[in-house]
Design a protein around this ligand. Structure first.
Ligand code: PEP
Ligand code: MN
Length: 264
């Protein structure tokens, strides 16, 4: 069902009026984790000023260590919804438990399935059973074929509003947190008809690489770039090393516009 051979036309996903897959290239930005109403509001206002309506933020955080901040859960979803209602933003947030999918559709505009859950088939089926767009991230060690099969689970369950996200894979290289597989973008676009995003924050794990990798993603034809923004990354409860602060975010957008790759 996701194969380009069967469906030559691009899937265009309508995110409350922001189209994904129509040829325009978008930015999806926001904090790693929802920490407070003020934190999300500050970031969302900065995004809005630059014409960005796609707001990401994690309420359920799948952390490597059980002792790290696990997210605010439903309270985090409530904060995202409140900010989105106030500023007309589109909320993208990860859901980790199949049992939470039904509840989440009242709060989020896009259900994100994270890298660690790419092959959580019950979660994929649950997300496929609801009428809400899904953003599926590539697994940490998933081949492109496995990624496409995971996507097939969502669409086979009845949900056609699916987007894919390359977010780096595990290799022997340690200079970056993961290795951004940039060639996955044209491969996924050739093999499937789905919108393809590139997450430059989690793939690199390095603030200094966000801009060059975002340019590469736009140049190679990604439908959107995802990156994290926090009012004060030094005190962020997760991903402190790679989130941009608001001035850095503005510079990031300025430089993408100046490159001619991002049209705004
Ligand atoms: C995220 O986008 O918040 C996230 C945890 O990313 P990933 O699942 O790609 O690690
Ligand atoms: Mn993060």
């Amino acid at each position: 069902l996701v194969s380009r051979k069967k469906h030559p036309d691009n899937t265009v996903v309508d995110l409350k009026g922001v189209m994904m897959g129509d040829g325009a290239q978008r930015l999806v930005m926001g904090p790693c984790a929802v920490e407070s109403y003020e934190q999300v509001l500050t970031v969302a206002k900065a995004l809005k000023e630059r014409g960005i309506r796609l707001l990401r933020g994690g309420a359920f955080k799948p952390r490597t260590s059980p002792y790290d901040f696990q997210g605010l859960g439903v309270e985090g979803l409530e904060i995202l919804k409140r900010v989105a209602d106030e500023l007309d933003m589109v909320v993208i947030s990860e859901i980790v438990n199949p049992a939470d999918i039904e509840k989440a559709i009242d709060y989020v505009d896009v259900i994100q399935i994270g890298a660690r859950n790419m092959q959580n088939f019950e979660l994929l089926k649950a997300a496929g059973n609801v009428n809400k767009p899904v953003l599926l991230k590539r697994g940490l060690s998933a081949t492109i074929s496995e990624f496409i099969h995971a996507a097939e689970y969502v669409v086979a369950s009845g949900n056609n509003d699916l987007m894919l996200c390359e977010r780096g894979i595990r290799t022997y290289e340690t200079a970056t947190r993961n290795t951004l597989d940039i060639s996955a973008v044209p491969i996924l676009k050739q093999e499937t008809h789905l919108p393809v995003l590139v997450d430059v924050t989690h793939s690199t794990g390095r603030r200094d690489l966000l801009l060059p990798t975002a340019k590469a993603a736009l140049a190679i034809g990604a439908d959107a770039v995802m990156a994290e923004v926090h009012p004060d990354p030094a005190v962020a409860l997760s991903d402190s090393a790679q989130q941009m602060d608001i001035p850095q975010f503005n510079k990031f957008v300025d430089e993408l516009l100046a490159s001619g790759l991002y049209k705004g």
